[in-house]
Design a protein. Structure first.
Length: 341
């Protein structure tokens, strides 16, 4: 149980914090000076800071020598970090990337705590043979990933998505921007996986430009993935040019507005919505529900296949339209009339 008390500021041990950017401490100090410390900091029984690093800095900047604190008692390093992560996740100003990163770190800490608890239980386990036999036939315990996810309050699938989000955003820093939601990153990752390193370099360069919205960036990736290997090679050649006019031709292929949706895809997805609403959701326990669910899955797969073929056809047509300019051939390095005077 937490106990509130007044603690000397110099006696509090801060240590390494998860949050490196403390934001506007001066503004927080002004608020604390005016209204007081509305939310006390949290420490353990050895005065290690658990949460409230910004508040502590603000109090120190005001010249305070003591501050109000809640003491939680004895905590391991992993337990202190777990609480710090939980508080950070409750903050409203975290970006999607920061939130997923907190989840991943929270899972790492939870895994350490669970391993430590399991080791303690094994050391203290002196049950008789009959006790062990009585457990036979009981349901198996959930796997480690499920236990970790349960401890931090999300599903196993949600934890996997957070890990994938962080991995992709660490590899492509532009995905750490605040407007990049987790679903944007996951969709972009699917298209980037289909591209070679050379192809990715082109579209990542475009996506990394300032003020490029996620939807535009994903469009670059989708368009590049829809082109044939020969067309991608031509795009790379155009984009590598020192001439901005030639580079603009590559951008035109990748940045052009998308066509109207394929009508067959719209019709199939409409049928999927109707089947889901009036068959699957309305009759979840009906004997025909599994068969209808299988039909829905096949329809979704068919719609995706039609969409891919449609996107490829549109990309090929746009590529031909943009590059069907005789003047371009004379401007390209190695073009037919490059060395003629």
């Amino acid at each position: 149980m937490a106990v509130s008390m007044e603690v000397p500021i110099d006696a509090i041990k801060v240590g390494v914090r998860l949050r490196q950017d403390m934001g506007d401490v001066a503004e927080l100090a002004e608020s604390i000076g005016r209204y007081g410390l509305l939310h006390p900091i949290v420490i353990d029984d050895e005065n290690n800071l658990v949460t409230g690093a910004r508040r502590l800095l603000a109090c120190r900047s005001l010249g305070w020598t003591t501050t109000q604190a809640k003491r939680l008692g004895s905590l391991s390093e992993a337990e202190r970090r777990e609480i710090e992560l939980e508080e950070n996740l409750r903050r409203k100003d975290l970006t999607p990337y920061e939130r997923s990163r907190c989840r991943v770190e929270q899972a790492d800490v939870a895994a350490r705590i669970l391993r430590s608890q399991a080791e303690t239980e094994r050391e203290a386990d002196f049950r008789s043979e009959s006790d062990r036999k009585s457990e036979r036939g009981r349901p198996a315990k959930p796997d480690a990933a499920e236990r970790v996810a349960e401890r931090i309050g999300i599903s196993k699938g949600g934890l996997i998505q957070a890990e994938q989000h962080v991995s992709l955003a660490d590899h492509y820093p532009f995905m750490q921007r605040p407007d990049w939601k987790q679903y944007h990153v996951m969709e972009a990752g699917e298209y980037l996986d289909d591209l070679s390193e050379e192809d990715r370099a082109v579209v990542v360069s475009l996506a990394s430009m300032p003020y490029t919205p996620p939807r535009d960036a994903i469009k670059f990736f989708r368009r590049m993935a829809a082109l044939s290997p020969e067309e991608r090679a031509e795009i790379r050649k155009l984009y590598a040019s020192d001439d901005s006019r030639i580079r603009a031709m590559a951008e035109a292929v990748l940045c052009d507005l998308p066509p109207e949706p394929e009508p067959r895809v719209l019709a199939i997805l409409s049928a999927v919505r109707e089947l889901t609403r009036f068959c699957l959701e309305a009759f979840p326990d009906d004997p025909f529900t599994p068969e209808i669910a299988d039909i829905v899955r096949r329809l979704e797969a068919l719609a995706e296949e039609i969409r891919k073929v449609h996107s490829q056809r549109v990309a090929h047509e746009l590529f031909a339209k943009v590059t069907r300019q005789p003047a371009r051939l004379h401007m390209l390095p190695g073009g037919p009339d490059r060395d003629q005077n």
